[in-house]
Design a protein around this ligand. Structure first.
Ligand code: 48Y
Length: 349
């Protein structure tokens, strides 16, 4: 049995994580979910976004499934729950998959997840605040390795590295490390500057298969790229470290539609697929079922339909059942094919 921590978060977080769990249960009975609380409510009571003892328990788990939270910036000293989890669990690689669910293309965005402007280091002076954009040798190397391994396992010859090395010293340093490792590993690097790349990402996105970037650039690029998936509501992600990984849809908590039952569950469901792949289970069947469903099924309003969340979940579960797969057999028979799908073997649990 695998033990997976469940943190639903707020807004539509609970609705979409419930949806993901239901789909996971249709594929495998080998996962035990253990729920933990986190977010602004916990902060009000305990002064931290998640309790230390809960973090200790989560560290012992195999993976985390996360919903969504909103970080208000008007609560003094409040720290984002997801940023805290990424830091505390050492989740340095953030892989966001922009799928064309109606076709067969995908863009993989590999976002450095632990440093850059998210270092948490800042200096306050009289009338001046400095946020430190930290790039370390170790940080640059491990994220470059993640992107390059991904390229090798997906039989790609190159990655796209997006930076601002013309101006930023940190990116010059980062660039040298990426180019050096890529050369040693026989992978080509297409270099782009972040500013002009945004135009290319709007106009001509699909020629880039793996995009590597530092933390804040990766944050912005992944929201921008989501327009090519038709809705940010369908984009899944995995946050990987050396000990554990956390899976979450990239959308926010969408308070405007929370509780209405119309949130798009696909981003969370595909995050569930990535979670299964990480554990060596059959995530592929979920990807296939989602692709089958969206081509003919009623979709949620963000995708132009009028479906409720539950209708989409039931539709995807039916597609899984139609495939008549014995989950246990699949686990063992297809593991190599599944591994190639979204995560380099080296980084699996
Ligand atoms: O995961 C994301 O891309 C979110 O934008 C978070 C980020 O900056 O990485 C922020 C989530 C939050 O507001 O706590």
């Amino acid at each position: 049995m695998h033990r997976v921590a469940l943190i639903k978060g707020d807004g539509i977080g609970p609705e979409v994580t419930e949806a993901a769990m239901e789909v996971i249960r249709a594929v495998t009975d080998r996962i035990n979910f253990v729920e933990f609380e986190g977010g602004t409510e916990v902060f009000r009571r305990f002064g931290v976004p998640i309790k230390d003892e809960d973090l200790e328990e989560i560290r012992k788990m195999d993976a985390v499934l996360f919903g969504a939270t909103t970080t208000p910036f008007d609560i003094p000293n409040y720290k984002s729950l997801i940023i805290t989890l990424r830091r505390e669990l050492g989740l340095y690689a953030n892989l966001r998959i922009i799928p064309d669910l109606w076709g067969d293309r995908e863009i993989y965005i590999v976002r450095e997840n632990s440093e850059g402007l998210y270092s948490g280091e800042y200096e306050v002076d009289d009338g001046r605040i400095v946020d430190f954009r930290v790039i370390t040798e170790n940080g640059a190397e491990r994220i470059a390795k993640f992107a390059i391994e991904l390229a090798k396992e997906r039989n790609l010859k190159e990655i796209t590295f997006v930076h601002k090395a013309n101006i930023l010293m940190g990116d010059r340093f980062f660039r040298r490390i990426v180019l050096g490792l890529a050369e040693r590993e026989g992978i080509g690097v297409r270099e782009r500057l972040i500013d002009s790349f945004t135009i290319e990402l709007v106009r001509n996105p699909w020629q880039h298969r793996i995009i590597l970037s530092e933390n804040l650039f990766g944050d912005i690029l992944s929201d921008l790229a989501s327009i090519h998936a038709r809705s940010i509501g369908i984009i899944p992600s995995g946050n990987y470290g050396t000990e554990i990984a956390l899976f979450e849809p990239i959308h926010g908590s969408a308070p405007d539609i929370a509780g209405k039952g119309i949130a798009n569950p696909i981003g969370a469901i595909l995050s569930g697929a990535m979670l299964l792949e990480y554990l060596g289970l059959n995530g592929r069947v979920i990807w296939d079922a989602v692709r089958d469903y969206v081509k003919e099924g009623n979709l949620t309003p963000d995708l132009g339909g009028n479906a409720m969340t539950v209708e989409v979940v039931n539709g995807i579960v039916s597609k899984i059942e139609e495939r008549e797969i014995d989950p246990i057999e699949w686990d063992e028979l297809w593991v190599d094919e599944i591994r190639i799908n979204t995560i380099p073997t080296l980084f699996m649990k």
